[in-house]
Design a protein around this ligand. Structure first.
Ligand code: 9MR
Length: 461
C-alpha cells in the first residue's frame, strides 16, 4: 500500500517535470547552452592524457581556451618561425567536439619570446603585427573569439596604459593589432581582455571603458571585452560587477567572462560563483563564461582552491551553485529555424512569370573595383584592401598597387603578392577568387615606410 502511494507520487512528480518549460540540465555546458551561452575551461596539453581531467572536461564543458599554448612565446619561439603543434591539439580537441574555441592571446607584454622582449620601436611594431597576422591567419575560421590584446592597462589609479615595449611603439599599437586581426580572420570576434576591470568603480575599469568607447566611435574593429575575473581578497567580487558587464555591453560589444576563478571554499565560494553567473545571465550580450582550469589542482593558484572540482574529480559546492544558476536562465527565445518545406503534393499551379523579375545591377559595372584603407605609424603601415565584384560574379581577381618610393611590402595575407616595391600585383588565393556580383572580399599587407598615396586597380578574371 505504502509502495503504491509512493509510486503514484513518483508518477505525479515525473509528470510535473515533463511539463515544465525547460528541464534542468546536468552539465555546465548544456545548462549554459539553454540560454545560448557557452561554458568553457582553460586547458593544457600536458593534462590531456589524465583520465580524470578529460572525463570532466568532455562531460561538462563546451568551449576551451589554451592556458599557455597559443601565447606568443609558444607560437613564434623564433622570429618568423611558427609552431602550432600544441595550439592545434587544443583547437582540434574543441572543434572535433563541436565546441567554441577562444584564442588567447595575440599581443601581450608578457610571455613574449626572448627575441621579441629585446625588440623596440618600429621593428617591434612590425614584428607584433606580423605575429597577429600570421597566427590569426593560421587559425582563420576556427576561433570563436580572439583575445587580440591582453592586459594593456596599468593597475592602480593612474587610469593609463601599462608601460611595456609594445606601448612604447606608440599609443595606437592596440588598434593596429585589432585591424591586423580583423584582416586576417574576419569571422572571429575580436576581444580586449584584462584583469582588475571587474569592479565598475576602479580606475582601470573606467580607462578600458573609455578606450572601447573611443574604438567604437572611430570604427576600430572590436567586438568584445573579456573580463578575466580572478577573484580573491585583493580583488574581490563586488555586486557592481553586473553594472560593469552591462555598461560595456551598452557600448555595442559582447562581454565574456574569460578566466574565472574565485578563491575560497564552501558556501561563501559557492555563493560568489552563483552571483557571477547570475550577473552574466542578466546581461544579454554576456555570451559565455570560461573558468581558468578544470580542478583546483590544475589552477595557476591551486593554493586558493578557486575552481569547481576537487582534484579527485568530485564536484564542489561551487559546482552545484554554478549549475543551478545556469539552469535558472530564461531559455533563449527560439529563433526561427529553416522554413519548413511546404506540402509535398503540388497545390494549384501558378504559371511562372514569363519575364524574369528585374534585378538591380550592383554598382560598378562588370569586372571589379578595389579600395584601400591604411593603418599607419611612424615607419610602417598595414593596408586593408577591399575587392568588390561588379554586376557579374568573378572567378579570380588581381589588384595592382603603386607602392610609394621608399616603402616596401613585407607580408601579405589572403592574397599572393608579386614583388615588394614599385608596382606590386596581388592576386587572389584559392579560397577567395570567387566573388559574387556586388559582394566583397578583403586582403591585406604590411609594409615598411609610408603607405600614403597608394591607389589600387582591380582586374577580374
Ligand atoms: O595560467 C597561466 C600560467 O600557467 C602561466 O604560468 C602564466 C604565465 O604568465 O599565465 C597564466 O595565465 C594568465 C593568462 O594568460 C592571462 N591572465 C592571467 C592568467 C593567470 O596568470
Amino acid at each position: 500500500m505504502a509502495m503504491a502511494a509512493a509510486s503514484a507520487l513518483a508518477v505525479g512528480a515525473a509528470v510535473v517535470v515533463a511539463n515544465s518549460a525547460s528541464a534542468a540540465e546536468s552539465t555546465l555546458g548544456a545548462a549554459a547552452a539553454q540560454s545560448g551561452r557557452y561554458f568553457g575551461a582553460a586547458i593544457t596539453v600536458g593534462k590531456l592524457n589524465d583520465n580524470t581531467y578529460t572525463t570532466i572536461l568532455n562531460r561538462e564543458f563546451n568551449s576551451v581556451t589554451a592556458e599557455n599554448e597559443m601565447k606568443i612565446n609558444a607560437t613564434e619561439p623564433n622570429q618568423n618561425q611558427f609552431n602550432f603543434t600544441n595550439g592545434d591539439r587544443i583547437v582540434n580537441w574543441g572543434l572535433s567536439r563541436g565546441w567554441k574555441v577562444r584564442g588567447h592571446t595575440l599581443a601581450w607584454h608578457s610571455q613574449q619570446p626572448a627575441w621579441m622582449e629585446r625588440m623596440e620601436g618600429s621593428a617591434l611594431r612590425s614584428a607584433m603585427l606580423n605575429h597577429v597576422t600570421r597566427v590569426a591567419s593560421y587559425y582563420r575560421g576556427k576561433i570563436h573569439s580572439w583575445d587580440v590584446v591582453n592586459e594593456a592597462f596599468a593597475d592602480g589609479n593612474s587610469g593609463g596604459r601599462r608601460d611595456s615595449n609594445l606601448q612604447r611603439t606608440g599609443n595606437d599599437w592596440i588598434e593596429a593589432a585589432f585591424r591586423a586581426a580583423r584582416a586576417a580572420d574576419p569571422e572571429a570576434k575580436l576581444c580586449y581582455n584584462d584583469y582588475n576591470t571587474d569592479n565598475w568603480t576602479w580606475a582601470k575599469t573606467q580607462a578600458v571603458y573609455r578606450m572601447v568607447q573611443d574604438f567604437k566611435q572611430r570604427g576600430v574593429p572590436i567586438d568584445c571585452v573579456g573580463f578575466q575575473s580572478h577573484f580573491n581578497s585583493g580583488s574581490p567580487y563586488n555586486s557592481n560587477y553586473r553594472t560593469t558587464l552591462s555598461s560595456f555591453a551598452a557600448l555595442g560589444v559582447d562581454v565574456q567572462i574569460t578566466e574565472l576563478d574565485i578563491e575560497g571554499s564552501g558556501a561563501t565560494q559557492a555563493n560568489t560563483y552563483r552571483n557571477v553567473v547570475n550577473d552574466c545571465l542578466a546581461v544579454a550580450r554576456c555570451n559565455g563564461i570560461t573558468v581558468w582550469g578544470v580542478r583546483d589542482c590544475d589552477s595557476w593558484r591551486s593554493g586558493g582552491t578557486p575552481l569547481l572540482f576537487e582534484c579527485n574529480g568530485n564536484k564542489k559546492q561551487a559546482y552545484n551553485s554554478t549549475l543551478e544558476a545556469l539552469n535558472s536562465a530564461t531559455p533563449q527565445p527560439t529563433t526561427p529555424g529553416p522554413t519548413t518545406p511546404g506540402p509535398t503534393t503540388p497545390g494549384p499551379t501558378t504559371p511562372p512569370p514569363t519575364t524574369p523579375p528585374p534585378t538591380t545591377p550592383p554598382p560598378g559595372g562588370s569586372g571589379c573595383s578595389a579600395t584601400v584603407s591604411l593603418n599607419q605609424w611612424n615607419g610602417g603601415f598595414v593596408a586593408s584592401v577591399r575587392v568588390t565584384a561588379g554586376s557579374s560574379a568573378i572567378n579570380s581577381w588581381a589588384v595592382t598597387m603603386n607602392i610609394p618610393s621608399g616603402a616596401s611590402v613585407t607580408n601579405t595575407w589572403n592574397a599572393q603578392a608579386s614583388g615588394s616595391t614599385g608596382s606590386v600585383r596581388f592576386a587572389n588565393v584559392s579560397y577567395n577568387g570567387r566573388v559574387n556580383a556586388g559582394q566583397t572580399t578583403e586582403f591585406g599587407f604590411q609594409g615598411t615606410g609610408s603607405g600614403s598615396g597608394m591607389s589600387p586597380t582591380c582586374t577580374a578574371g
